[in-house]
Design a protein around this ligand. Structure first.
Ligand code: NAD
Length: 368
């Protein structure tokens, strides 16, 4: 029997609620396969800061080091509550970026997927969705503005100032391009390179390296698109995209727009892959506005489990079953509140009920 250790970082806000549903699914996967998961819960984010004074405590680091993969819930507080935490310990700066840096999880895969049968969830018109949306954003995750030097102070003129630097070297760009081209080569052989080279010199280097890597993948067609135009194109004609590659901040913003065109950020799982370790998390935040109400959509977290099965545990067939189980719940006419609008014919169910229905569907599927 294969045995894996999974660090479980439930996080803040809706994090514990959607993590509980993902754990239920992991248990069913154990029942159905010759595999066992040792789950190692650890504190991470604002909750960790209030417990221990650190958003990413030593003990959590040790657990993540030991784990074969990490399942992470969203972290963070609402705007006002964030001020209760010193700037450098606030969840993204104090925990998320250090996690990414620690394991060099430079490749972030964010699927934006909505089959035609679920077009009614999207705010876009059915004719825009056509046969369905099925694209994947490949986001560079450990470079650029988010990881550059940061400085705040008062300048010689007595004015408060801030300086943040955007830095990439060619090796960083090369490695994310390799990931993007490989993926494009496996899919529709179409890669949209998203950049801003008309303004940013970082994008000039980005594009240079992209063109060098493109020579290794002659079958992949590259379409270059400015990031601002890409934002519009995602709304007007999302079906033109298959694989999109972009730097860190562009990917952060455009992937939230991805959630928007699907109908909810709750449909956005992700995988963050490094050379030796990967972690899996929803693309969205901790949704403090709906936390504790049992209404969050756990699809993003359960989808992150599916991505973990495929990428970390070589269980692609069972991962497909997890996706199918979730789609099956939607196909039966159920959804959480974020996607069930009045008059849409969709029956609203809670977070826990969604998880229960996914488990029920999964149990009915033939074993792989
Ligand atoms: P958010 O992504 O938490 O929420 C935006 C909107 O989407 C809200 O209306 C929320 O209710 C909804 N939403 C998000 N996930 C949902 C789900 N699974 N089901 C149903 N609805 C869902 O963004 P925000 O409110 O700007 O940020 C809240 C906190 O999360 C902040 O502290 C922010 O810094 C943090 N954050 C963390 C991560 C992360 O952990 N990787 C990512 C983004 C934001």
């Amino acid at each position: 029997m294969k045995q894996y250790k999974i660090a479980i970082l439930a996080g803040d806000g809706i994090g514990p609620e959607i993590t509980a549903e993902a754990v239920k699914v992991l248990k069913v996967i154990e029942e159905r396969n010759d595999v066992s998961f040792e789950l190692l819960p650890a504190s991470f984010g604002a909750c960790a800061y209030f417990e221990s004074g650190s958003a990413f405590p030593h003990q959590t680091k040790a657990i993540c080091d030991e784990a074969d993969a990490i399942l992470k819930g969203p972290i963070g507080l609402n705007h006002e509550d964030s001020k209760r935490i010193p700037i450098d310990e606030q969840p993204e700066r104090g925990a998320l970026l250090p996690l990414r840096r620690r394991y060099n999880t430079y490749a972030n895969f964010r699927p934006v997927s909505l089959p035609k049968s679920l077009a009614h969830f999207s705010p876009l018109k059915p004719e825009v969705i056509g046969e369905g949306i099925d694209l994947i954003i490949v986001r560079e995750l450990v470079g650029g503005l988010y990881f550059g030097e940061k400085e705040m102070g008062v300048n010689d003129a007595g004015l408060r100032y801030v300086r943040e630097t955007l830095e990439y070297d060619e090796a960083q760009i090369y490695q994310i391009m390799q990931q993007a081209f490989k993926l494009a080569d496996k899919r529709r052989k179409l890669l949209h390179n998203i950049h801003k080279s008309n303004v940013l010199k970082s994008s000039v280097l980005w594009n240079e390296v992209m063109e060098e890597v493109a020579k290794e993948y002659p079958d992949v067609q590259v379409v270059n698109m400015l990031v601002d135009a890409a934002a519009t194109a995602l709304c007007l004609k999302p079906t033109q995209f298959d694989v999109m590659v972009m730097e860190n901040m562009f990917g952060d913003i455009l992937s939230d727009q991805g959630g928007g065109i699907l109908g909810s950020l709750g449909l956005m799982p992700s995988a963050c892959i490094g050379p030796d370790k990967a972690y899996y998390e929803p693309s969205h935040g901790s949704a403090p506005d709906i936390a504790g109400k049992n209404i969050a959509n756990p699809y993003s977290m359960i989808g992150s489990v599916a991505m973990m099965l495929e990428n970390s545990f070589d269980m692609a067939a069972e991962a497909k079953n997890v996706w199918a189980a979730m789609q099956g719940v939607f196909a039966d006419g159920y959804s959480t509140a974020d996607l069930s609008k009045p008059g849409s014919g969709v029956t609203m169910i809670s977070t826990v009920e969604f998880g229960d229905k996914v488990v029920e569907k999964l149990r009915q599927m033939p074993r792989v």
